[in-house]
Design a protein around this ligand. Structure first.
Ligand code: ZN
Length: 506
């Protein structure tokens, strides 16, 4: 069977990508700093080997024979979808010369060091030359990949296929229209107290509680584990080994807990992918060369946002789980009732730093980045003018003055590693989460479950409509099948308006 031989070949690609993921997990979780240089070489070698294995003559021969064998099946059959994914990915990679891939990786690895120093010293000028190089390389990439309207579309394709500058404009406009008045109204109200969240909470106990909540939401620790890192992340080495990390300190308790719930949402997507898709192109991102089951970065983010925000920051969640939290931290939470705690973990405060921003103002950080990236890539904004453009957008969207570039344009790691085009997925994820949650909670069993700390019905709905499909459908097909509609910010705006009107009495 030619098709089986083809699948085995793709299994090998998936194995290589999982090996890459394990080296990455180790580097971010366990590796002593001294290992960084040799690890970077190992990862670079592995990524060359993987790409070569994917585009090799042998793979293409196996693909052609498999395509011929399944040609009579329906075009949307699993078999033909697998073949189509691989065909598309090989075409994509062959359009980009290996030398360009290599150059971009090289600039990325140098860039991270330069950026880290520039950020520490808040010195944009020292980062500007490498950023100019990064933008030029990405422009070259866009030309190789091809696009219809805007070079930025070609760069987003790897992360959010189908999304374009043109498709994002109306989405962003609707979000701004819907959310800016709410941010403004909240700014005039008294903020909920949060002082008790800054009390010292022992890190071990925080981790224990966070993991307990993750398991309650459905995270299977026989196929997963939780570790501490500087930046939280989720990574899977097939659905049978899906790891998450969180960060914790003893000064701001929500970090550990909500970081864990966020990564739990990502992990559920991977753990509940159809087992039949393991090691296949339906659980492998062959364009981005990443062993992941989720269909797009935005779809993935929809699950993390849904479990973190729609579930974890809901009043029902704390009506059910606050008692346990208070029992874990009786001194820190003495005299704090459920309502006070729930309001505190939902406080809105426009801030300068994206990763520290609240649920309501987060999208403004994303919009300004996407707009700036698109302008850098099409040449309408030059790198020397970047800090000024950044600061103007922060003023416009968040009403804040940026005191220095460390708190402004130098804050994100993305550009230093050579990546451009990733940011939109966070907002796509928020919007999708709103839609999926609205559809799921039309079901009485799910609503009752949320009110009684039984999260199984919700998890099962998400598995049925999202997780199990892996990369079987496009993001929009998935959304249509699950909710009956295409990407639509209405539900997300409604969710935010309802919640924050309640908290702030608007
Ligand atoms: Zn995430």
């Amino acid at each position: 069977m030619a098709y089986n031989a083809f699948l085995e070949r793709m299994g090998e690609v998936n194995d290589l990508l999982n090996a890459d993921s394990i080296l990455n997990w180790d580097a971010r979780t366990m590796m002593p700093p001294g290992g960084a240089d040799t690890r970077a070489k190992q990862l670079a070698t592995l990524s060359v080997v993987t790409r070569e294995h994917l585009v090799a003559d042998e793979t293409r021969r196996l693909l052609e024979r498999a395509e011929a064998e399944v040609a009579n099946l329906p075009s949307d059959s699993v078999e033909r979808t697998m073949c189509a994914h691989v065909r598309e990915a090989i075409d994509y990679h062959l359009r980009i010369p290996a030398a360009l891939v290599h150059k971009r990786a090289e600039v990325g690895s140098i860039g991270q060091h330069i950026w880290a120093k520039a950020r520490a010293e808040s010195d944009f000028a020292s980062f500007a030359p490498v950023l100019e190089q990064t933008i030029a390389l990405n422009q070259e990439m866009a030309e190789c990949i091809g696009y219809e309207e805007h070079p930025y579309d070609a760069l987003m394709y790897r992360f959010e296929p189908g999304e374009t500058v043109r498709s994002l404009q109306p989405l962003f406009a609707t979000l701004r229209e819907g959310l800016l008045p709410l941010v403004k109204a909240i700014g005039e109200k008294e903020a909920p107290r949060v002082d008790f969240l800054e009390r010292p909470f022992p890190v071990e106990a925080q981790l224990d509680f966070a993991l307990k909540m993750a398991r309650k939401l459905g995270y299977d620790t026989d196929r997963g584990r939780l570790d501490l890192t500087v930046h939280p992340f989720e990574v899977s080495f097939t659905r049978n080994d899906v790891r998450i990390t969180t960060r914790a300190n003893d000064e701001w308790m929500p970090k550990c807990l909500f970081g864990t719930l966020h990564e739990t949402g990502h992990a559920l997507y991977e753990q509940f992918c159809d087992p039949a898709y393991t090691r296949t192109p339906l659980a492998t991102d062959l364009v981005g060369l990443y062993a992941v089951g989720g269909v797009s970065f935005g779809a993935h983010e929809s699950q993390s946002r849904l479990f973190e925000n729609h579930v974890g920051r809901s009043r029902e969640f704390w009506e059910q789980n606050y008692g346990e939290l208070q029992a874990t931290f009786p001194e820190q939470l003495a005299g704090i009732d459920t309502e006070t705690f729930w309001r505190a973990v939902n406080r809105v405060e426009p801030g300068l730093i994206r990763v520290e921003s609240d649920e309501l103002t987060y999208d403004f950080h994303i919009m300004l980045r996407v707009e700036i990236e698109a302008a850098l890539v099409d040449g309408s904004l030059s790198v020397p003018d970047l800090p000024e453009a950044w600061n103007a957008k922060v003023k416009e969207y968040l009403g804040l003055d940026v005191p220095n570039d460390r708190l402004g344009v130098l804050q994100d790691v993305h550009w230093s590693s050579g990546q451009v085009g990733t940011f939109c997925n966070y907002t796509i994820g928020n919007v999708m989460a709103g839609q999926l949650f609205a559809s799921a909670t039309e079901d009485d069993r799910i609503r009752e479950g949320l009110a009684t700390a039984d999260y199984l019905p919700l998890r099962e709905w998400m598995t049925e409509h999202v997780h199990r499909h892996g990369r079987r459908y496009t993001r929009n097909q998935l959304l249509e099948k699950a909710t009956g509609g295409s990407l639509d910010p209405t539900f997300y705006i409604e969710h935010l308006t309802r919640k924050y009107s309640d908290i702030y009495g608007i």
